[in-house]
Structure formats: C-alpha cells, structure tokens
Design a protein around this ligand. Structure first.
Ligand SMILES: *[C@@H]1O[C@H](CO)[C@@H](O)[C@H](O)[C@H]1NC(C)=O
Ligand SMILES: *[C@@H]1O[C@H](CO)[C@@H](O)[C@H](O)[C@H]1NC(C)=O
Ligand SMILES: *[C@@H]1O[C@H](CO)[C@@H](O)[C@H](O)[C@H]1NC(C)=O
Length: 460
C-alpha cells in the first residue's frame, strides 16, 4: 500500500472513531424543577411560605460536595426566601430523583437566634470536604446578593467536623482581606497533612488569593497579575442569554504533593481562557507570598481557546486529571496534568449538552473516584426568569474512569491528541445524549485504536 493509500485509510479511521467516540458518559442522578426542604412539619413549611421565609423560586444551588453518602449543596441568599443556605441529601436514603433537602448542620444554624445577630451560616457559595473529615464552608456573609446586598457577617471560613457535624472553628477574614469589590466564591483545601492544612479562598471581585493556615490560624492575602480577568474574555452567551462578567481569580485545582511536599495549584480567573500554575511552596510562605517579588514563580500553561472561560475546576489526585466547568460551552472538559501541552486540542470532552448541562456550576470527585457535576440555570435566574415547570437543576455523575474513557484525558491512552475525542473537534454542543456504548463497540474501539497506532507508525 502506498503512503497515499495508507493516509486515506487513516483519515477514514479517524472519522469513524470521532463518530463512535462521542463520550458523554455521565448520567443524571438527581434533578429538580424547584428545590424543596424537609421542614420539621407540613405546618412549618406552610408557615415558611406564608411568611416569605421560603420562596422556592429563589432557591438556586451553586456549590456541591459529596462526602461518604452525603451530598451537600450551597444555596446562596440571592434574594429573600432561602430557608437554609447549606443543605444535603443522604444518597443511601433517596428513592426519588428530586429529593427534599435537609439543612446542614441544623435548622438553627440558618436562623437568626437573637435580634441583631447573624445566623451561623449566612450565604456560602462553595464548600469542600477534606480527606480528614472536615467540611470547609466559605461564607460570603452577605444576604440579598441581587438586591440590597446586606453584609450580615464578615466573610468567614467555617469548619465542621463531618463525624458529628459540630462547628470546629470559625475564622473571620481580617478587614484588610476584604476590599471594596471583594467577593469570595470559591475555595480549595490542601489537606495532605491534617494538622498542617491550608485553605485557599479566591477573591473574584478584587482579584486576590487568601491563604489560611489551619495550624497557625493566620491568613494572608496574595496578589498577582495572573489573578486578573482578561478584558477581552468577559462576553458570555449561554442558551441565547448574553451578559458580561469581569470576574477574576476563580478556579483552583490542587495536585497531589510533589517531591518537595508541596502541591501545584492550577488556577484561572473566570473571565479568561488561560490557565496558570504556581507551587503552594510560594503561597504558603507568608513573607514571600506577600513580598510582591513573586511574579516569576507563576507559570502560564496555555489557553482553552474561544469560549473556553472556565468556572470551577477540580483535580482528581488519583489520575492527575483536572475537570473544568465551561459555562459558555455547556460543557465539562478535562485535562491530564501529565500532558505538557495545554491547548484546545489537549482538552478532553467529558460532557456537553444544552439541555442537561445548561450552566455547569460545580465539579467534584469524591473519595470513591466518582465525578459529580452540578448544572443549574444561574444566568437565566439572574438575567431572565426560571420556568418552574422546566428541570432547572441537575446533578450528573459517573466514575472518573467512565468519564474520561476515550477522551484526551484517558490515562490508558498515550497522548494522540488529534485522534482522541477532544474539545477542539466538537465545539458544537449536542442536544441529545449519546446512547450508551455496548461492550462490542468498546472492543471495536480498542481494536481501532490499536490499528491507528500501527497506521501512524507506518506513516512516520
Ligand atoms: C450508607 O450505606 C452504607 C452501606 O449500607 C453504610 O455503610 C453507610 O454508613 C451509609 N451511610 C450513610 C451516611 O447513611
Ligand atoms: C458578545 O457575544 C455576542 C454573542 O456571541 C456577540 O453578538 C457580540 O458581538 C459580542 N460582543 C462583543 C463586544 O464581543
Ligand atoms: C520563605 O521565603 C524566603 C524568601 O525566599 C526564605 O528566605 C525563607 O526561608 C522561606 N521560609 C520558609 C519557611 O520556607
């Protein structure tokens, strides 16, 4: 066979593979039109509705975490009518696809217990359960975010013991951490040492990073150029709704400890398509991190390309794969940190859908290697109205293995980024979910992959 013939065969094989390999292996585990709660009694529920303490139309989940068999959701106080801003379901006990939520840790934690006193938890956006059994809650302290924006309490880190749900610690951010436009909506926790744990809180409004040491109970605020939004990446169009955001530092993903004992933090501003990294060795050294002499310690990895603005990111430390929520593409994508290239071609498509993944808002991997994604319609709530008859919130899940199978992040496949299903090839959001692959198809795919490798060797 001439080189030309081989080449044509190769092209044919690639086209075949791209059709077969549409991945989208996630399944919808839970979905809601509106969020409801397990009130102590029907009368309590009726009273909460009558008094305006519960207005279902304002309850919008944005943050998610799964620890053991509990799935937690944050429900920020956008407007009035949020009876509890942090709640959970017990995965073991749910028989419905739309279970009612229980307040965490209790109803009282969300109530004003005395005149002029803030509730224990006011309005958190994101939470993190560490491997030491602690739940870290980053509370903005602000209610009616889309209205009067009343600060009831300072931005705080609350840490709960997940074994008994006791509040272990409340750390209020010092005044100099909270600038005029500050807004802390996301956190990451470096938990390789349970006694010497560090929490990182991203300030998207006045771009900066707060580093908190569990051991010394101190924090400091780090500034860097790379925390700033890209002025040309602030234009969003999601399901036909256009809006502009100029949010800075947002997504933070921590690697497992490197040989020097420190993690690498991969990070990006929300309104940016670029990805950056820095060692936590720099961030954790207070003198150095606040010295203004750290510009060169931060690296530029590359760009996700047009519409590649990413919200939350999460790194699965077992596989070294980062999962990204990409609201502008209605997608969750992945990148293998062992991959030296960071381009649109090196990102894998995990799931993309304008129906099931309208606005991916949080992504986590639990300690059993399951990927969890929360998708909502936050933009529609903020700039339009939600239809209470639509499915407005979904939680999708899959094992990490299934989620990355046959994508550019598949750990079994050596990097062949032009052939393996990647984001660059599939920028059209799909509206239908791919049918599940049969075992025979999977075998066929692995055979085709082998054939391709042979073809490539023949050509090169
Ligand atoms: C869920 O079920 C498993 C197995 O039956 C049990 O070990 C575990 O304690 C349960 N977890 C919760 C939170 O109920
Ligand atoms: C923003 O995006 C919309 C939709 O893609 C487009 O029509 C508009 O021209 C863009 N605006 C700017 C300033 O780039
Ligand atoms: C912090 O960084 C400074 C400047 O590089 C260095 O002299 C110091 O030893 C570092 N401290 C620690 C605890 O590593």
């Amino acid at each position: 066979m001439g080189v030309r013939g081989r080449f044509q065969l190769l092209i044919g094989a690639i086209l075949f593979l791209q059709q077969t390999l549409a991945n989208d292996n996630l399944r919808v585990a839970y979905q809601w039109s509106q969020i409801d709660f397990e009130f102590p009694s029907e009368a309590d529920r009726a009273n909460a509705i009558a008094s305006g303490d519960y207005r279902a139309e304002n309850v919008i989940p944005v943050g998610l975490e799964v620890y053991k068999r509990r799935l937690f959701l944050t429900l920020p106080r956008w407007k009035t009518g949020i009876p509890a801003s942090l709640a959970y379901i017990n995965i073991n006990e749910t028989s419905s696809q739309s279970p009612k939520l229980r307040p965490y840790p209790s109803w009282n934690a969300h109530r004003q217990m005395a005149e002029g006193e803030a509730p224990e938890i006011v309005s958190p956006f994101r939470i993190r359960a560490d491997r030491c059994g602690r739940l870290w809650v980053l509370d903005t302290g602000i209610e009616e975010l889309l209205g009067a924006a009343k600060p009831l309490a300072p931005t705080s880190l609350l840490v709960y013991d997940l074994h008994n749900d006791n509040l272990l610690r409340r750390y209020k951010f010092p005044k100099d951490h909270v600038k005029e436009d500050s807004f802390y909506a996301n956190l990451a926790v470096e938990d390789s040492d349970c006694d010497d744990t560090y929490a990182y809180a991203a300030d998207l409004g006045a771009p900066g990073l707060v580093v908190y040491s569990w051991k010394t109970q101190e924090s400091w605020r780090v500034k860097h150029h790379f925390f700033h939004p890209d002025p040309l990446s602030g234009n969003y169009t999601i399901t036909g709704i256009s809006f502009q955001w100029d949010d800075g530092l947002f997504g933070m993903a921590l690697s497992r400890p490197q040989p020097d004992g420190f993690s690498t933090m991969f990070f990006h501003p929300l309104s940016s398509t670029n990805e950056f990294s820095v060692s936590t060795k720099i961030l954790r050294n207070q003198t150095l991190a606040t010295s203004g002499n750290i510009y060169k310690e931060f690296k530029v990895l590359g760009s996700r390309g047009p519409n590649g603005q990413a919200g939350v990111a999460f790194l699965d430390q077992k596989t070294g794969v980062i999962f990204y929520a990409l609201p502008n593409l209605n997608a969750v994508t992945c990148w293998k940190t062992s991959n030296r290239a960071y381009t649109i071609k090196s990102l894998g498509r995990v799931y993309m859908s304008t129906t099931d993944m309208v606005f991916p808002n949080d992504v986590k991997v639990d300690d059993e290697s399951n990927l969890w994604v929360l998708s909502d319609r936050l933009h529609q709530y903020m700039y339009g109205t939600l239809n209470p008859k639509d499915v407005n919130f979904r939680i999708l899940t899959a094992t990490v293995k299934d989620a990355i199978e046959n994508t550019a992040c598949d750990t079994k496949i050596k990097p062949l980024p032009d052939i393996i299903t990647n984001l660059g090839d599939i920028l059209r959001p799909s509206t239908t979910a791919a049918p599940p692959k049969s075992g025979a198809q999977a075998i066929l795919i692995s055979h085709m992959a082998l054939l391709l490798t042979i073809f490539i060797k023949l050509i090169l």
